[in-house]
Ligand binder design. Sequence first.
Ligand code: DGL
Length: 264
Amino acid sequence: MDKSSPILLFDSGVGGLTVYDALRKVLPDAPVIYAADLAGLPYGTKTEAQIAARVAGLLGRMAERYQPRLACIACNTASTIALGMVRDVLEIPVVGTVPAIKPAAALTQTGTIGLVGTEATIRQRYVDDLERDFASGKRLLRIAAPALVGAAEAKLRRRPVDPAVIADVRTRLEAMPGGETIDTLVLACTHFPLLAEELAAAFGPDVRQVDGAAGIARRIAHLLDGQSFAPQGTNRFVVTGPLAGAAGLEPALAARGFGPAEAF
Ligand code: DGL
């Protein structure tokens, strides 16, 4: 294994940085290439066929160019749809991101869990299977919150977050049968933990937020156990589409040890 071979983290946008932040805690020295498919953002409003073709095609080309030791699809939408297909295409370990229903089911006291994801994620059979396997006997209320993706992208560019889009998530969940008893919220999109403070303010201190980032980071560390890493230079942040799409992200990237955005 080439010691400079990076870990490739992939998302439609900046959401996967929540996985990156967790990964840094367990593997501080690993070189990372973060790829944001800004030309394809958002995934949540696309069809399964569009997402699968796009993600498998891009990851195939990125793996060829960057020769990563492991790829992580740091996106629930892409993972719940295309993880199997990407594993068929790549010859390296591929880690996916799936809604944290299992830990949420273990935490809830009231038995009512809210799951907030993209339109594409919440309709996936993968989510039905997780609910059946880990949350039977609980009430799982699912809603799509596409506006939160844009709000998270804005926040990382230091633009204001519209409080109405956050309040709307609470209003819609509480309007569902049993919604007023939600005590645990699954953030089933990697963008959403970037809005943890705003969501906490809207839902209040009694509603706990759960996401998969720490578990994914541990899984990556486990798969790479025993491997060594070349002393880390600057991590790379690459984007599809015009570089202007990354404008405003400079402080967030610099704070995480990334150089300026590069075009894929
Ligand atoms: N970050 C992605 C996820 O985890 C989705 C955002 C999008 O709609 O592209 O689902």
